[in-house]
Design a protein. Structure first.
Length: 72
């Protein structure tokens, strides 16, 4: 093998930084799956307060408190 290539000289490809600087790792996402799911739920219109039907919610709560009704 050529000694120049072994030493890293004469390469024709771009090499990333050594990793000593925080800027070298800026391409790494620090988002967890839980954070992603939280963002999805917050952005979903069905979970917003104006989308909730209060009459239906109260009826559902009343039926759940009734012991004769089986849960779904």
């Amino acid at each position: 093998m050529n000694k120049d290539i072994q030493r890293g000289q004469g390469c024709n490809c771009e090499v990333l930084q050594e990793g000593n600087s925080p800027a070298d790792h800026s391409h790494v996402s620090r988002t967890t799956p839980l954070m992603t799911k939280k963002r999805e739920v917050e952005g979903d219109p069905q979970y917003r307060a104006e989308a909730i039907d209060l009459a239906r919610e109260q009826r559902t709560t009343r039926l759940r408190r009734d012991k004769d009704v089986k849960p779904i």
